[in-house]
Design a binder for this molecule. Structure first.
Ligand code: NAD
Length: 480
């Protein structure tokens, strides 16, 4: 077995262990084995990191936008130069085989894009209030921003947050997810040699030990968090004393609606492997975990979906034949298995429902779950209302468009929705009728970085866009 690698925090331009020297284990979800150790930091490390970010802020925010853009482009180049290594670390951390096709190499474009927006982010507007009064606005960064990252696409989420936060002139303290820290801390090592000390700081550890003190710190002026609604509520409470504002990109229970007039080949693929039986085993915020099917095509769709699901090869993320990896951890595995058993008791199992070592005998320590489909007429079941975050979905048959929209909206979440139809007017009625931040028509999980990606209800508010990380200040000048 190869040696266990130890990673460090980045604070004020220095790579450091936690002040307490304590470490957390990083597990490979395909084997269940520890392969790396990361700092188990606490509030003293957080205090140091916030202080470093605060010290770096005046110089960083004082740079001309074009100079900040230059730094961002240098940071973006790291992904091309170290893409193989970062991708491998991500695969070891989260078990997602698809990273072989969709690798860290491409993430540099997030930094390029943010570099192109540095000037716009600090540009205000002029307003002639009356003939002798000129008003104008400037846009200013917030100061120190806290970024909290989830486990399911850690390097991509970190890149998306770092790029827009620092492009706006803010400095940053980032907390990686405890289940998938190494790739982010390797990125920290690389950024250390590209950015001035203290502009980005990384503190690894548990949510309660690092995330909580970070989000309640009085010198943190804005928070960007991607994760679950439950954690967002804790953060909102922690941030209340300082009235720190937040961007929250949270979970979902997205409906994927198939009308009888749809192209069934495309729809069957769209509601299965593009949506919920994905390469990272359904651990996607936009997973279409409620599949609404119009009754005349119900049996036909179930057959097609089962055929597609059965073709999945579950196994080692590094094996080229694999199409679906493990789930991230024992904790997540137990949660998913709990929902599968609940579904079996409460409604009809259409296919799947198996889990455990016998699914991948060559890797018995991994966290394996089979694509699983339930069917129910009752959208109020917990498997239809709660985010399972695994390869588990429920089919809900419907008769009319009105019913489909009503069932879609009967949810605490509002992140995304899919609609499969060839009726052009219906497409627009569904887009208008469904309460979700994004509605995909005849496609799914197609995230366009040029478009906003904003949840509603328990799916959050705001998104990682550069304009979220500068704010307008007004000036009024009497000229008469
Ligand atoms: P999580 O909420 O458990 O954890 C997210 C992060 O918050 C982790 O870094 C965690 O350590 C930290 N955290 C935990 N407790 C904290 C506290 N008290 N204070 C501050 N930080 C704390 O989420 P997860 O399991 O890592 O990720 C899965 C969730 O993320 C799902 O709900 C998924 O839908 C959501 N997600 C949303 C998007 C989106 O763009 N909307 C994208 C990816 C994932």
């Amino acid at each position: 077995m190869s040696a266990i690698v130890e990673y460090r925090n980045l604070i004020g331009g220095e790579l450091r262990p936690a002040a307490s020297r304590r470490l957390l284990d990083s597990f490979n979800p395909a084997t269940g084995q520890v392969w790396a150790k990361v700092p188990a930091s606490d509030k003293s490390d957080v205090a140091d990191a916030v202080a470093a970010a605060k010290r770096a802020f005046p110089a960083w925010s004082g740079l001309p936008a074009a100079v900040r853009a230059h730094y961002l482009r240098k940071a973006g180049e790291l992904f091309a130069n170290y893409g193989d290594e970062l991708t491998r670390l991500e695969m070891l951390s989260i078990g997602c085989h698809a990273l072989k096709n969709n690798t860290a190499h491409g993430l540099g474009f997030l930094f390029d894009r943010a570099a192109g927006q540095t000037l716009e982010a600090v540009t205000g507007r002029a307003v002639q209030l009356d003939p002798t009064t000129l008003g104008y606005t400037t846009r200013e960064p917030y100061g120190v921003v806290a970024a909290i990252v989830p486990f399911n696409a850690p390097i991509a989420m970190a890149a998306s947050k770092i790029s827009v936060v620092i492009a706006g002139g803010n400095t940053l303290v980032l907390k990686p997810p405890e289940q998938a820290t190494p790739g982010i801390l390797r990125l920290a090592e690389l950024l250390k040699d590209v950015l001035p000390p203290g502009v980005v700081n990384f503190v690894s550890g548990l949510g309660a030990d690092v995330g909580d003190p970070l989000t309640r710190h009085p010198d943190v002026r804005r928070i960007t968090m991607t994760g679950s609604a439950g954690t967002a509520r804790l953060i909102q409470r922690a941030a209340a004393d300082n009235l720190t504002s937040s961007v929250f990109e949270l979970g979902g229970k997205s409906p994927n609606i198939v009308f009888a007039d749809a192209n069934l080949d495309k729809a069957a693929e769209g509601v299965t492997i593009r949506s919920i039986f994905t390469a990272n085993a359904g651990q996607a915020c936009v997973g279409g975990s409620r599949i609404l099917i119009q009754r005349p095509i119900l049996n036909e769709m179930l057959t097609r979906m089962e055929t597609i699901a059965k073709k999945h090869k579950i196994g080692d993320p590094f094996d080229g034949a694999t199409t679906m990896g493990p789930v991230i951890s024992k904790v997540q595995y137990d949660k998913i298995v709990g929902y599968i058993e609940m579904g079996k008791k409460e409604t009809k199992l259409v296919f799947g429902g198996n889990y455990g070592p016998e699914l991948v005998p060559s890797l018995p320590g991994g966290f394996w779950v089979e694509p699983t489909l339930f069917m129910t007429e009752d959208n109020s079941l917990r498997i239809c209302q709660e985010e399972i975050f695994g390869p588990v979905a429920a089919v809900i048959p419907f008769d009319t468009e009105e019913q489909a929209i009503a069932i879609s909206n009967d949810s605490r979440f509002g992140l995304a929705a899919g609609v499969w139809t060839n009726d052009a007017a219906r497409m627009h009625r569904c887009i208008r009728g469904i309460n979700a931040g994004t509605v995909w028509i005849n496609t799914y999980l197609h995230i366009g970085y040029e478009l906003p990606f904003i949840g509603i209800k328990d799916s959050g508010y705001g998104y990682d866009d550069i304009m979220e990380f500068t704010r307008e200040k007004a000036a009024v000048i009497a000229t008469g």
